[in-house]
Write a protein that binds this ligand. Structure first.
Ligand code: MRU
Length: 347
């Protein structure tokens, strides 16, 4: 079954976002009426996860354009460009946000004539399309990855790459959901600092009826050494042309441990996560988030209130630690620049 709440929905001119900061305790939909509301929702992680923030960004462009006072198409397109640049500054790492904004800009550039009403209808249709396509893509990722999952598998996952992080169904959790009763156990990293694993992935797996066990992030290597993990599957925020992959902080150490213990390590992500303009992971911008995310747990101070903190939100896993990248186009084993280029451009 799975979680029966929409991550994001569009009703009567308003984008409604399920506030993930309140989960799993409370179901609260935040109403976003303009681009500023969407910016706030993305930057404060009311909505999070690479594909989901791309979808939110697309609706943000529409909402911003709907408020435009531009008198002609030229002015309208200029404003869409401005709104898009503004939304692009909400979070820096997930490629999907920029990909979705580029799609919205392209839609506006293609407008040549008609009324403002028609132009807005075109932008809204594109945002809805991005949302609906993402749901279908997640199903395809689930299908593509299913062959990698053996009966009785015990899987480790990190952060949340489920329906909450996408338009629905999820990427890494999409593979797990598709594998269904082949899965013996999913070990869920709690994922400090903001606990996407404990709060979101645990909730989603429970709704799916898939056996799940929550672990502290620092328990993963020990479980691997005790033979309790058969594979690691995580999502991605940006994948460079050579396959180096940025994902939630802590992913890299999982990949290193998995390699040491000879356990396959898989990335599941849509093609919109690839950034072919950068040759390697060293060029991926890594978001640095607020110190208080680390100083506090669920709003409660756990250290000195002015304790110096480092809080990179993502890390980069080099491609040679990645057994395969699972996409809607299929599985790329031992990813590298040539294979990735062929897969993406071959379509
Ligand atoms: O900071 P977050 O919660 O937005 O980070 C999310 C992740 O790192 C996910 O693993 C990634 O976006 C893939 S979601 C399908």
């Amino acid at each position: 079954m799975g979680v029966s709440y929409d991550t994001i929905r569009f009703i009567d001119g308003v984008a409604e976002i399920l506030d993930q900061r309140a989960l799993p305790g409370k179901i609260i939909y935040v109403k976003c009426r303009n681009a500023e509301d969407i910016f706030d929702a993305i930057s404060k992680m009311k909505i999070r996860g690479a594909p989901a923030i791309g979808i939110a960004g697309a609706f943000g462009v529409y909402l911003g354009a709907a408020a435009s006072k531009a008198r002609d198409f030229k002015g309208f397109k200029r404003e869409v460009k401005k709104i898009s640049a503004y939304l692009a500054s909400s979070r820096p790492t997930a490629r999907n946000l920029f990909w979705a904004l580029e799609r919205m800009e392209k839609t506006s550039r293609a407008l040549e004539s008609g009324s403002k009403k028609d132009a807005l209808a075109g932008l809204l249709a594109e945002a809805m399309k991005i949302l609906e396509e993402d749901k279908a893509i997640c199903r395809e990722i689930g299908e593509a990855g299913n062959g990698l999952i053996k009966k009785g598998a015990r899987i480790l996952t990190h952060c949340n790459a489920g329906s909450l992080a996408t338009g629905g169904y999820g990427t890494a959790l999409g593979v797990i959901a598709r594998a269904g009763n082949k899965i013996k156990m999913v070990y869920v990293d709690e994922t400090r600092p903001v606990l996407q694993g404990a709060r979101l992935t645990a909730w989603e797996l429970s709704a799916l009826g898939i056996p799940a066990t929550l672990i502290c992030d620092n328990a993963a290597a020990s479980l691997m050494s005790r033979g309790k993990i058969d594979a690691v599957i995580v999502g991605a925020d940006r994948i460079a042309a050579n396959g180096d992959t940025a994902n939630k902080i802590g992913t890299y150490s999982l990949a290193v441990s998995a390699k040491y213990h000879n356990i396959p390590f898989y990335i599941a992500a849509p093609v919109s996560t690839f950034d072919l303009s950068i040759s390697g992971g060293e060029y991926i911008p890594i978001e640095e988030r607020s110190a208080d995310e680390v100083r506090k747990v669920m709003g409660k101070l756990i250290t000195l209130k002015d304790m110096p903190v480092l809080n990179p939100a993502f890390d980069v896993t080099p491609r040679h630690l990645i057994g395969a990248i699972i996409t809607e186009y299929g599985v790329i084993e031992r990813p590298g620049t040539g294979k990735i280029k062929r897969m993406i451009e071959g379509k």
